[in-house]
Design a protein around this ligand. Structure first.
Ligand SMILES: [Zn+2]
Length: 165
């Protein structure tokens, strides 16, 4: 309960501009079991009992990609100006993607914020000098689910597609 309160407080007591890169933060009860990280308000939260594994993981290629991915989200949030604004816009995009209709995961993968982060997570220079001007490239005007299906309907096919944008 104490940690939940801490998480809620972060939303209002910190600003995206407070951080240059996401900060690793160990917690006792978050994220839920089975998850490596929970991204929240510029923190990459991990369970304290995984500390050793997390430190090893961050040195791997996949770990570095995760860090770049989350740094891109941090930059997007800095442009939004506050965590509340950013998460609200993110949430609305997810809802607009229709997370109920099949394939449900397309609602997540076609969020422009995710598309920008996935398309560029292999480039650690991308978040350096980020000015938000690329984000419009990943905005799909209509038919997100239709487009997702037309390029193959899987997250793998989608990852390949968004790199061409
Ligand atoms: Zn993401």
């Amino acid at each position: 309960m104490k940690e939940l309160w801490q998480l809620i407080k972060m939303l209002f007591s910190s600003k995206p501009g407070d951080f240059e890169t996401p900060q690793l933060l160990p917690m006792k009860h978050y994220p839920f079991k089975g998850y490596r990280f929970m991204m929240w308000c510029g923190r990459m939260i991990y369970r304290v009992e995984n500390k050793e594994n997390i430190e090893k993981y961050m040195q791997t290629y996949a770990g570095k990609e995760s860090m770049t991915h989350e740094t891109i989200h941090l930059r997007q949030a800095q442009f939004a100006g506050s965590w509340v604004k950013y998460y609200w816009r993110y949430f609305i995009e997810w809802i607009k993607g229709n997370p109920i209709m099949h394939p449900a995961s397309s609602a997540y993968y076609t969020i422009k914020y995710e598309m920008e982060a996935y398309a560029n997570e292999d480039n650690p220079d991308y978040p350096v000098n980020y000015d938000g001007s690329n984000l419009s490239r990943y905005k799909i005007k209509s038919g997100r689910k239709k487009l997702y299906k037309s390029v193959g309907g899987t997250s793998k096919a989608w990852m390949a597609y968004i790199k061409t944008l």
